[in-house]
Design a protein around this ligand. Structure first.
Ligand SMILES: Cc1cc2nc3c(=O)[nH]c(=O)nc-3n(C[C@H](O)[C@H](O)[C@H](O)COP(=O)(O)O)c2cc1C
Length: 178
């Protein structure tokens, strides 16, 4: 699959087949995501592949709104994406390098999420990035270390739907030449 086709045909998938995803496939997707660009090559993004049904039940029942819980309940894998704090956007003495402060951390995690989703698409897998969840509750449940922060959840599995692409803004709205 060429890159443009992969970018344009990737969709957020909210319904999955009850088929497990082999660890070798998950490994290859995270390995591809490791090639994402990052601030000063700090590579702060980390991945926790959750397959344990009791953990998935707790996340869907206690820590996510129903529209995301309904996705998580039938996805074979839920990826918790975290990042190591305090490296990206910071000087060695801990001060911010730019006016954006520590926002570069989420920027880098976001790039890694998109690379992950595209690599998954190439393998025939569907994904949906989820940003709405009880961050503290899930961080506690997963024992995420103090020096890391939970950035996003990504459901992963073989798609059971083929949604039409949501309308995109026009080039005129998106692009200016100066
Ligand atoms: C940062 C971020 C957070 C998102 N959070 C959610 C979410 O909580 N639940 C959900 O169903 N979709 C979520 N989405 C998916 C978007 O709704 C989706 O990407 C958008 O509607 C465009 O559709 P497409 O991904 O199929 O192109 C999120 C996407 C991003 C990038």
């Amino acid at each position: 699959m060429n890159v443009t086709t992969c970018i344009k045909t990737r969709r957020s998938i909210r319904k999955y087949k009850p088929v497990p995803v082999a660890h070798s496939v998950i490994d290859s997707i995270v390995s591809a995501a490791s090639y994402s660009p990052s601030w000063n090559n700090t590579q702060i993004t980390r991945f926790i592949a959750i397959e344990d049904s009791s953990i998935l039940d707790t996340i869907s029942n206690d820590f996510t709104p129903s529209f995301n819980a309904n996705i998580i309940r039938q996805a074979p894998v839920l990826m918790a994406v975290t990042f190591v704090k305090g490296q990206c956007g910071f000087e060695r003495d801990g001060s911010y390098i730019t006016k954006k402060g520590d926002h570069w951390q989420m920027f880098d995690a976001g790039i890694a999420c998109q690379t992950f989703c595209l690599a998954a698409k190439e393998q025939g897998l569907g994904t949906v990035i989820m940003g709405i969840f009880d961050e503290d509750g899930i961080a506690d449940l997963l024992h995420i270390p103090e020096d890391q922060e939970l950035a996003a959840l990504i459901a992963l599995g073989y798609p059971d739907i083929d949604p039409a692409p949501p309308v995109r803004k026009t080039l005129e709205e998106l692009l200016q030449y100066r």
